[in-house]
Design a protein around this ligand. Structure first.
Ligand SMILES: C[S@@+](CC[C@H](N)C(=O)[O-])C[C@H]1O[C@@H](n2cnc3c(N)ncnc32)[C@H](O)[C@@H]1O
Length: 198
């Protein structure tokens, strides 16, 4: 992998303040709105749902989810370990953060600062392959979700499964290649079943 690709791949995994982070943020804003909006649609969020996005990046998915939630019964959380993405999304959602409807956590998916069994819906896009410990991340998501919600957030039609990570991401983050890698990850880690349809 050349230095440019390596730099870009690292920034996709954790964008930082500076030119590279800024470029990656612009790229995510431009390219991934459609994906984030559709992930939110698949979650079937209700006005009183408690929702979490992991790896929210520029915050477009949270912005979309916020439209569907009525505070204070409904509540929206996001966790991302990039300082830069945290500050970009804090600005984007400042009005909803002020009222308490949205709370952003700066941290990694293995340590979500929420009680057990409080979340109805979890979504994330373009993120699981960057997790330093995927087993711990899956376990943590499972912990914060209400038991009756499992595994509805992952009821993803097969055709909507995220594509496997690129060659560059796989080699930078030591990610194994495989089909339906996301389903396999969840099934191997705490989720008993992941309904899906073709
Ligand atoms: C490629 S970006 C995707 C952002 C957004 N979801 C999108 O699709 O446009 C990956 C995001 O996940 C975050 N991320 C990666 N690993 C993470 C982890 N272990 N815990 C929390 N956030 C993580 C990164 O900081 C980055 O904001």
């Amino acid at each position: 992998m050349n230095r440019l690709t390596k730099r870009l791949t690292q920034q996709l995994g954790k964008p930082s303040q500076g030119l590279w982070g800024w470029l990656v943020n612009r790229y995510l804003e431009k390219k991934n709105r459609f994906l984030e909006v559709n992930a939110v649609k698949l979650c079937n969020i209700q006005p009183e749902s408690v929702v979490l996005e992991v790896g929210f990046g520029p915050g477009l998915g949270l912005q979309e989810a916020a439209k569907r939630i009525t505070y204070p019964k409904g509540k929206l959380y996001g966790v991302d370990y990039s300082d830069y993405m945290h500050s970009v999304t804090s600005r984007r959602l400042q009005a909803d953060i002020r009222t308490g409807k949205v709370t952003l956590f700066l941290g990694s998916v293995e340590h979500i600062p929420l009680e057990d069994n409080v979340v109805d819906r979890v979504f994330h896009c373009n993120c699981y392959y960057f997790w330093p410990n995927q087993r711990a991340g899956s376990k943590e998501i499972h912990r914060v979700m209400k038991p009756e919600s499992n595994p509805s957030p992952f009821r993803i039609p097969r055709s909507n499964l995220p594509p496997p990570p690129s060659q560059e991401i796989r080699s930078e983050f030591n990610h194994p290649l495989g089909e339906n890698i996301f389903l396999t990850l969840l099934l191997n880690n705490y989720f008993e079943s992941v309904p899906s349809s073709s």
